[in-house]
Write a protein that binds this ligand. Sequence first.
Ligand code: NAP
Ligand code: ZN
Length: 354
Amino acid sequence: MPITVKALQKTGPDAPFEVREIERRDPRASDVVIDIEAAGICHSDIHTIRQEWGEVTYPLAVGHEIAGVVSAVGEGVTRFQVGDRVGVGCMVNSCGECEQCEAGEEQACLRGMVGTYAATDVDGSVTQGGYSQKVTVDERFVLRIPDGLELDEAAPLLCAGITSYSPLARWGVTEGDKVAVVGLGGLGHMGVQLAAAMGAEVTVLSRSLKKEEMARELGAERLLATSEEGFFDAHAGQFDLILNTVSAAIPLDDYLGLLKPHGVLACVGAPPEPLPVQMFSLIMGGKVLTGSNIGGIAETQEMLDFCAEHGLGARIERIGIDDVDGAYERVVDGDVLFRFVIDTSTFEDAEPVG
Ligand code: NAP
Ligand code: ZN
């Protein structure tokens, strides 16, 4: 028997969120059922449910920063038990057999990974995300949340954390590297903490000086306002790596100019529109322009363990299910310090509409 739970869904791109009932599958042999305690709001949720990245099927619940406690397991589950503190990020399935899956890069599965929401699952249903009371997930895609990390501060690590960690690790950020993080939002504030913990000298590039004090508190040496007159000339050639977390279009040529020769501009921000690049911005100085998509499951566990070891977590604003529409507006305005996390216990008294 499927499990009926409440979820926060939209029925169209401009509709408000509504509490509706959805079904989670009864656990198959390798499945884990999770009672969700906290669900982070990622800017990707907003891009997706507003159809900024393309059409989706409604009604839809988003949310891929999920933390909770295991409440049931299938008979073949070996790694988890009822009561374990766990998380789920952006993926809930992949083929498990291709070269990429075998290399632990499930996010790049050659047959296409199944996203936590708005994706077609192996059984043909549309996946529903974490703004919900429970979720059923194959144990391969369940992460262990180390003791010492609060569940609500850990939830955003499942997307914002791994998305920032993976390119910093891939490009070998280490002691003394000069790293800039562009955009101090959900991803950016994790990027700053992680790069600082890896030993880098971190500079935040923000639109204004408003978040200067917070940037220092997160471990940055300084925050610079990109709106400053002559900014890109004044700071040319300074950084080994720039992590671009901005959800909107930015002038890539200008940012490439801030790199040292052979420096890396790693883009994780995913604005819907194409961004132009002058080839000479890459050719002169042999710069690297690259992107990065979340990270594999093993690397996500590595990141969670790294955060626990270094005492890092997301800085969050806790909200109830009634606050999510307003929170979306604030995220789009860059007005959140630094991640909204939905307390899913607020579903309890809600009357579902459908
Ligand atoms: P967020 O919390 O809204 O942060 C984005 C930050 O970008 C803002 O805080 C703001 O920083 C800056 N910003 C916003 N609009 C801007 C503009 N017009 N010009 C310049 N800067 C601007 O979003 P998020 O959740 O961190 O996500 C950021 C992006 O990453 C989104 O596009 C999301 O879809 C994408 N993403 C990608 C992956 C991946 O795997 N690649 C994973 C998750 C998310 P300041 O106020 O400091 O300027
Ligand atoms: Zn995300």
